[in-house]
Design a protein around this ligand. Structure first.
Ligand code: GLU
Length: 504
């Protein structure tokens, strides 16, 4: 740990408008990892000043998704017994409960002439925008109200006394010079003041805009590092100017690169899932999502790709965050999930897949545990996402439907397949219970085939297909051994007999 320790305070400041986007969880994760790495404090603040975008239950949902993934907060909004509580000394941490703070701070700015009332009607602003667009100029407020005298302002304000809607307040930005943003990821970016708009700080309903609220709160909550998506970079010079207007020291800024689809467009719903909830519902493990999301824009500069949360905390730092967009590679996520799944014991995996099997209409309680575990043992190699379990294993539970043609091995014909299956049944009937373990049945069948001088494929192909109903499936030995555990030899034979009947 370096000398940042103790002083680091990060925050995640979502606007709860619905599902948790992969991009949001990445921001939350990086803020969390950075805070933990430096023994700092991680704050959760809810930015709900845009009341029209508010969604009921979104905060609870967001926190529970983050908790599932292991992203924790030390201060701010937490869930206690399913209910939202606020903890820490600098709250309330829900912006709609902090309106007084913003309104009082705006008054200070107005007094210091760093902000001003704007009385322009929306019609005038529309007109202005149209004119500027026609002249190919960037749409900006022309600062008309900034030129009003104190008397004119007082006069106009008095007209609003009985009105519910008040005039907005705008930030009075310097007209000349420039502001340099020193970003911990993107380096120094210089912004010409001439191109910055006198943005609104306080809206006519008394609510702050994002810009005012974020600066006031980050200051009052003593945030040391503002970590957020790169879409906020253009707002940062305005924030820095606001800090200066208040006479406050600005925090450190670290913006995170965009997350991209494989075709390098911005990650969007159109090309697949983007909500963390969807990935969890499909059976991606939370710890895999954590590992995967950590690598979206952060590069440990080693070969290591698999990280526990503790390793991430230990190794994470903002210096290793890339500027260039991070491609969301679903193949890599699938690979990683499969790998994590294979590391689980069969018992653990069975617990994990059980809800998916039930959802798929398979009543777990109807089947012997050793049968279920045998299926897991066979299928875990191929499993990448838990929800695939139903598609991969349904043939174990119900006699499969299939096209008779696939029973016939490429070098044989239907009569041969039928004859071989009949003698297999005879042979299986001569075996005893102990012979139905995978390795034993493999050995027994193979030596019987050799003794009979059959072509191996002419026996094993139709046998395997009769058991699985699939052109490609696990070996007949694995299948016999597993199916035997659900009702004994009769289950195995009944499938082979069904195949024989189909071949008639
Ligand atoms: N409320 C903003 C958002 O939804 C927060 C941006 C910031 O972190 O400053 O992304």
């Amino acid at each position: 740990m370096n000398n940042l320790s103790q002083s680091v305070r990060t925050r995640f400041a979502p606007s709860p408008t619905g599902e948790v986007h992969i991009g949001s969880i990445r921001t939350a994760l990086f803020a969390f990892l950075f805070a933990r790495h430096h023994n700092g404090v991680n704050v959760l603040r809810i930015e709900d000043t845009d009341q029209s975008r508010k969604v009921d239950g979104a905060v609870e949902n967001m926190i529970s998704v983050m908790l599932k993934m292991g992203i924790e907060f030390d201060e701010g909004v937490v869930l206690q017994n399913g209910k939202i509580e606020q903890v820490g000394d600098y709250g309330p941490y829900i912006q709609s409960e902090r309106l007084d703070y913003y309104q009082n701070h705006v008054k200070q700015l107005i007094e210091a002439q760093k902000a001003y009332y704007c009385f322009c009607s929306s019609e005038r602003l529309d007109e202005l925008r149209k004119e500027q667009t026609a002249l190919k100029q960037p749409p900006m407020y022309d600062r008309l109200c900034r030129k009003l005298s104190a008397d004119e302002v007082a006069q106009k304000l008095s007209e609003f006394e009985s009105e519910e809607k008040k005039p907005v307040v705008r930030q009075a930005l310097p007209e000349e010079g420039k502001t340099v943003v020193k970003d911990l990821v993107y380096g120094e970016i210089s912004y010409d003041h001439a191109l910055l708009d006198d943005q609104v700080l306080l809206k006519s309903d008394g609510f702050p805009t994002y810009h005012l609220a974020v600066v006031v709160d980050d200051h009052l909550m003593k945030i040391s590092h503002v970590i957020r998506g790169e879409e906020w970079i253009p707002s940062t010079p305005k924030h820095i100017l606001l800090y200066q207007a208040f006479g406050w020291e600005a925090p450190n800024f670290a913006h995170l690169p965009l997350i991209l689809n494989p075709d390098k467009t911005k990650l969007s719903k159109r090309q697949g899932d983007v909500a963390v909830e969807d990935f969890l519902a499909k059976g991606y493990l939370p710890e895999v999502l954590l590992n995967f999301v950590a690598l979206l824009g952060w590069n440990p500069k080693t070969e290591q790709e698999i990280f526990t949360k503790e390793e991430l905390v230990q190794q994470f730092d903002l210096e290793k965050v890339n500027k260039s967009g991070a491609v969301f590679d679903i193949e890599k996520l699938n690979w990683m999930n499969g790998m994590y799944l294979r590391e689980r014991s069969n018992e653990e995996l069975l617990k994990l897949v059980s809800p998916f099997l039930e959802q798929g209409g398979i009543n777990i309680a109807d089947y012997p545990n050793e049968f279920l575990l045998a299926i897991i043992e066979i299928e875990k190699e191929r499993l990448k996402v838990l929800s695939q379990i139903v598609e991969h294993t349904s043939f174990y539970f119900t006699q499969p439907e299939y096209d008779t043609a696939i029973l016939v091995w490429k070098k044989a014909d239907s009569a041969d397949a039928k004859q071989k299956l009949s003698v297999v049944i005879e042979f299986l009937n001569t075996l005893s219970e102990a012979d139905f373990q995978t390795t034993v049945i493999e050995e027994k069948l193979k030596s019987w085939i050799a003794k009979k001088q059959f072509d191996t494929g002419s026996v094993l192909w139709p046998l395997r297909v009769s058991l699985s109903g699939l052109e490609r499936s696990p070996s007949p030995f694995e299948l016999i051994s597993a199916l035997y555990k659900n009702g004994g030899l009769s289950t195995v034979i009944s499938r082979i007999q069904t195949a024989i009947d189909k071949l008639n």
